[in-house]
Ligand binder design. Structure first.
Ligand code: CTP
Length: 425
């Protein structure tokens, strides 16, 4: 049986960027969604409904009034949406509403609850998540009236995809350009995943009940002298996200955290550590209890051999060298000492040959899985809210496209559960 595709409604407003929505609809289709299009009257001045109908394979809604309500394909179910409450039907059946381009006028209507056309009426009638991708002249975008409306929508949970900078149709250069269709599709995927997670949360998915999950997070610090250290750029977000997700899903969670700026998550036992040796001691003390170990911490491979007990003083412009000694590989030790049935997941932050290096670590360290991140890519990985990567196991690989770290944490746990099924625990 063919899986049913997810219905996503694309609202198109009247702006030069409306032509880019054609590409957006096509990309949504390529990504496996079922896009339906709603156009404002002004949008029809830029692109014809027929274009969208041909690409989406569905009738395009252009008006609140059914006799002039659209242009579409022959295959469309005639009774489904031809009624005086079509906007209610459309609003209830869509899983997400994405408006691109969103004009200043439409943002104002959304923010103030005006409902004088199909799109603004549908916005009020839907409980599905909403994304807006504004596009307009830079002065309009920066106008306090528009920014106030955007802030209102954000506060209401609408996701706003900031316009980019560049050459604008009005001849000016600046902010106001519609975000690239590909990044709008990414936002759609993310928002749908978040929504599914919220649903699961409400249904109280407790599939980690009975598990004790030991997580390491953050970047260790190796002292040079009393005020300086060797550290790294890990923010700790990925590990904290795994810890929080496991806790929500019913696990008892112990988080061993190297320094981060993140608040201690409620409901989780957190142990703060600084150096590799501290982290090792804390992990080993908890290992016997753990049924799953996720080592997301960025652990220093070296430490300073002779740590100065006083602050080192500068000697003019004289170069100095620090002698470094290797640190213990905590992950390897965990694998060697774990109880039978304890699953161990490592992380690998790579800047080149990510998959090959990840596979190497999987084998060398003897772990059950390695989450590989390519940290050379901008906007993901270190110091970022987002991540992407691959979950490598002995027999396979699952790709994680760009997503929030919270979402990636859920996906990692989903994969861990699949491994659990394969082991007798
Ligand atoms: N790790 C560890 N102890 C160390 C170094 C790393 O437990 N001393 C763990 C990390 O928490 C991570 C995994 O090993 O889960 C891989 O870390 P990474 O720094 O990518 O691997 P290394 O073995 O240090 O390899 P390299 O630095 O050569 O890439």
């Amino acid at each position: 049986m063919k899986a049913e595709r997810i219905k996503v409604t694309v609202g198109v407003c009247g702006g030069i960027a409306a032509y880019k929505s054609v590409e957006l609809v096509r990309l949504l289709q390529d990504a496996g969604y079922d896009p339906h299009v709603v156009m404002t009257a002004a949008a029809e001045k830029f692109v014809t409904p027929l274009t969208f109908a041909a690409i989406s394979g569905h009738r395009v809604i252009t008006s609140l009034w059914s006799e002039e309500a659209g242009t579409g394909s022959a295959e469309e179910d005639p009774e489904a949406e031809h009624s005086s409450v079509e906007h209610i039907q459309a609003a209830q059946s869509t899983r997400l509403l994405v408006v691109a381009p969103a004009t200043a006028n439409m943002l104002a209507k959304f923010a103030h609850g005006l409902a004088d056309d199909f799109l603004s009426t549908m916005y009020l009638a839907t409980t599905a998540p909403v994304i807006v991708a504004p596009a307009m002249n830079v002065n309009m975008w920066e106008h306090p009236a528009v920014q106030a409306n955007v802030a209102t929508l954000r506060a209401r949970g609408v996701k706003v995809i900031e316009p980019g900078s560049g050459y604008l149709a009005c001849g000016m250069v600046g902010g106001g350009r519609l975000a690239e269709p590909a990044s709008i599709v990414t936002a759609v995927a993310e928002m749908l995943a978040e929504d599914a997670r919220d649903d699961a949360g409400q249904q109280g998915r407790r599939d980690f009940t009975g598990e004790v999950v030991l997580v390491t997070a953050g970047g260790t610090r190796e002292p040079i002298d009393p005020v300086r250290y060797i550290g790294n750029r890990s923010s700790g977000r990925m590990g904290y996200a795994v810890a929080e997700a496991a806790m929500r899903r019913g696990a008892r969670v112990v988080l061993i955290s190297a320094p981060t700026t993140l608040p201690c998550p409620a409901g989780i036992e957190v142990e703060q550590v600084v150096s590799v040796e501290d982290m090792r001691a804390a992990v080993m003390a908890q290992l016997n209890e753990a049924t799953v170990v996720v080592m997301a911490a960025a652990v220093s491979d070296y430490r300073v051999k002779d740590v100065a007990d006083r602050k080192m003083k500068r000697d003019g412009a004289q170069a100095i060298s620090l002698e470094l000694a290797g640190t213990v590989d905590i992950l390897r030790e965990v694998v060697g000492r774990r109880r039978d049935g304890t699953l161990v997941v490592g992380f690998a932050a790579e800047t080149e040959d990510a998959i090959a290096n990840g596979r190497g670590k999987l084998e060398r360290k003897g772990v059950d899985a390695v989450v590989v991140n390519d940290v050379s890519k901008e906007g993901i990985g270190f110091d970022s809210e987002q991540n992407a990567g691959s979950f490598l196991t002995k027999d396979g690989m699952v790709e994680f496209p760009v997503m929030s770290k919270a979402e990636m944490a859920e996906r990692i746990l989903d994969e861990v559960l699949k491994l659990r099924v394969g082991t007798a625990h």
